[in-house]
Structure formats: C-alpha cells, structure tokens
Design a protein around this ligand. Structure first.
Ligand code: ATP
Length: 402
C-alpha cells in the first residue's frame, strides 16, 4: 500500500479518513453518487490492509448544529452498497455514539461518523474552538488520511487541524487530483482551452486572472457570462449579474485582448421570462446576447454559440472545464452544456487531456448520459481545483507536506 506509506503499517490501527461525501440529495434520495464512488478506493484500500476505517465528512451547509435534513445516514448506506460490506453509522461525530461505534470496529471494518458540520468547531474561524474540536476527532483514531479533495482549500478542523494532531498521509483521490491539476499548470500541451460557467460568478473570476497568462482560449458561459456581457455595455435583462464585478470583467476583457488570449463570449443565448420552477413549463427563446429583452433572463448559451464553442475546442490538446453552460438540470436549457461535453469527449478521443472540475459540472456530465471514461479526469472538487489553478495555497495540502 505504497500510497499510505507515510503511515507505515495500518493493520489493526484506527484510521480517520476525511472524505468528500457531499452529494446532492432529494429528501433522502441521493441523486448523484459520484463523490461517494470516488471515495471508495481509498476506504477500501485501507480496510483491505486491515485498518479500522472511520470516515468523517460533511453534507450541505448545516449551521453548526444537528439537522436531520443533512444527515449522512443515507450516504453511509450507499457507501456500504458500493464497498460491498456493512458500514456502521455513528449518530454523532465525536460523542458517545461515535466513541462506541469506533470502539466496536474490527480490523477491516468501516464506520461513518455523522455530518462533521453538525459541530460549530468544524468551520470556526476561531483557532482555539476549531482546535478543541479537532482534538476530539483526533482522539478517535491513530492516524489520519486526507482524501476529501473538495474541501482541501478549507482550513477546517477535519481537513487541517486534525492533520496537525495525528500521523497523516494524502489519500489516493487527493493525490490523483493534484497530479492532474499539476499537468494543467506545468507546460500543458497546446492549444490549452479553458471553459468556465456555472452560477458562482465572483468565486470564479479569480481564476481568470491566472489563466489569462496560461490558456490560449477562454470560453465563458453559464451565469457568469452576463456580467461580462454587461461589462461590454450590453443590457442583460433579468439575467444573473454581479454589478460589483463589472470593472474586474472589463479589466479581464482588456487584458485578454492585450495578451492575445481568445476570450469567447456567447453571441446568442436561450432566454425565458423566469427561472425554471416546478410551477410552470419552460418557454425557451433564443435572443442575441447583445439584445436580451428587459423582461427575459439568460439560461443557456444559444445554438450558434454552442457551435462556436465546440469549434473552438476542436483542436484543443488540453481542456479544463468548470461550470455548466446553462441550467442543465432542465432539458430546455441543457443543450449548451451538452455541446461542450460532446466537444470534450472528442478531444479525449483524439488523445488530448480533458479535465472536468466542479461538483455540478461532473453531475451535469453524468446526468446528460455521458460515459465518464470519455473524459480524462472528472474532478470531485470545484472550488479546490479553481483555487489550485489560481495559484493559491491549499491549506489541506500544505498541512500534509510538513
Ligand atoms: P461546485 O462549485 O459546487 O463544485 P460547479 O463549479 O460545477 O459546482 P456552480 O458554480 O455551482 O458549478 O454552478 C452550477 C449551477 O449553475 C447549476 O445548478 C446551473 O443550473 C447554474 N447555472 C448555469 N447557468 C446559469 C444561468 N445562466 N443562470 C443561472 N444559473 C445558472
């Protein structure tokens, strides 16, 4: 088990594994189990090596206190199915149930602790409060494996502080993710094309800064595109718009031009009068992106833009894609995302490296029926991969390197 060589012999030891099991749920039904499946190999490798594996993870954003809507119970059950073995579930994270569950584990068995964010200490900005919680987590185990790539950019108790308290190692998933991201930053094969979309506009603008010096083409879709269109002076109707980012977007447009980076914005968009909801059937229309009516909002890139984006990707040798091109959850607004995904599969087939980053982008690829093997790498972490590409330090990685 060379991956965990840093820990030496793990047989008979209790190993705390931080996984990213933050999957989308509809009630108690898991609608996409990609992150659970991605977590299985490390957990299985440790269990097969005879470790007593204790998995800690979060689900959603509970407010630092137990909330049944965010219980990891259904996730633990699914993990058991995927592992093909019973998985014990502790109904708290560091309390009596956790201690009893961990104490009852035999070599090779696996337990999941209840949502780590049911404890205020997990995400606290107060070092002492976070540290006190990390002490409790660390007391449950002999060693720590960090395998939740989706959270390594967070300085949180189960990601960062606990690694300072136990012998630790990087899990196989995190190692694989970092390896791929390094290939994107160190001499990527060219042309290198980056596709950005999704709804978290301000989260994603930072990465553009760094990419303007690295990528050959930058294709922008999704919700963030409207801030760029507005920065170019267009009316964007009721579309998603972050007014306080307009100047930043203007700066990027100028710098892209100066640096000779091709920055592609959609020329047409699919609009509707309201955001899709269960109450009304979508009524999609195509509008020019320079002429979005005041009472409409953009929900996908239009057909002409989908073709242009696919064309711009055709000769790529390296592609990083984060964020869907539209509200792909609704069929009427999924075509742009499908077109980009399709273009990536062709790049993969031609021997290029394609990386899909972000929980929603990965879910989109699966929901639209693409074979995961048609992409070079599907990352489990949106924010973490973006911060890596921004050149930021990831606390959950740095702490493992000491
Ligand atoms: P994560 O950061 O969670 O890993 P991600 O980076 O893949 O995910 P997000 O930024 O979370 O992606 O954005 C995904 C969401 O963006 C989807 O739910 C999609 O419906 C929404 N979205 C895409 N285009 C638009 C648009 N034009 N207007 C509003 N929302 C949009």
């Amino acid at each position: 088990m060379s991956e965990y060589a840093g820990l030496g012999e793990v047989s008979g030891k209790t190993v705390l594994v931080r996984s990213d099991l933050n999957v989308p749920l509809d009630g108690t039904t898991i609608t996409d189990d990609g992150r659970i499946r991605a977590s299985v190999p490390t957990i299985k490798a440790l269990a097969d090596a005879g470790a007593r594996v204790v998995v800690t993870a979060h689900l959603g954003r509970p407010k630092g206190a137990p909330d049944p809507a965010y219980s990891l119970g259904p996730v633990a059950a699914r993990l058991g199915e995927l592992l093909g073995q019973d998985v014990a579930f502790a109904t708290d994270t560091v309390g009596d149930s956790a201690r009893e569950t961990v104490a009852a584990l035999q070599d090779g068995q696996v337990a999941v602790l209840e949502n780590v964010r049911f404890n205020a200490g997990e995400t606290s900005k107060d070092e002492a409060e976070r540290g006190a919680f990390a002490d409790q987590l660390a007391a449950l185990a002999d060693a720590f494996v960090s395998d939740g790539f989706g959270v390594v950019h967070r300085k949180q108790a189960s990601v960062y502080d606990v690694a300072q308290r136990l012998p630790h190692a990087m899990g196989g998933l995190v190692a694989a993710e970092i390896d791929v991201l390094r290939r994107l930053t160190v001499e990527p094969e060219r042309p290198y094309v980056v596709v950005l979309g999704g709804s978290k506009v301000s989260d994603k603008l930072g990465v553009i800064d760094n990419l303007l010096g690295k990528a050959d083409k930058l294709l922008i879709g999704g919700g963030m595109v409207f801030t760029f269109l507005a920065a170019e002076g267009h009316e964007v109707g009721k579309s998603l718009l972050e007014e306080d980012q307009l100047d930043i977007c203007r700066g990027y447009l100028r710098r892209a031009h100066e640096a000779g980076v091709e920055l592609l914005l959609p020329t047409d968009v699919v609009v509707d009068t309201a955001f899709p909801s269960h109450d009304r059937a979508p009524e999609p229309e195509v509008a020019l992106s320079s002429e979005i009516p005041a009472d409409r909002l953009g929900l996908d890139i239009g057909p002409e833009s989908a073709d242009r984006f696919a064309h711009a990707l055709a000769d790529a040798r390296t592609v990083f894609w984060n964020g869907p091109m539209g509200v792909f959850e609704v069929d009427e607004f999924a075509a742009g995302t499908r077109s980009v995904a399709e273009a990536l599969t062709k790049v993969t087939a031609a021997g290029g490296l394609t990386v899909v980053g972000g929980g929603d982008s990965a879910a989109a690829v699966r929901k639209l029926g693409f074979d995961e093997a048609a992409f070079g790498h599907i990352s489990t972490g949106g924010g973490a991969s973006l911060e890596y590409l921004e050149g930021k330090e990831l606390p959950g990685i740095t702490v493992l390197e000491d």
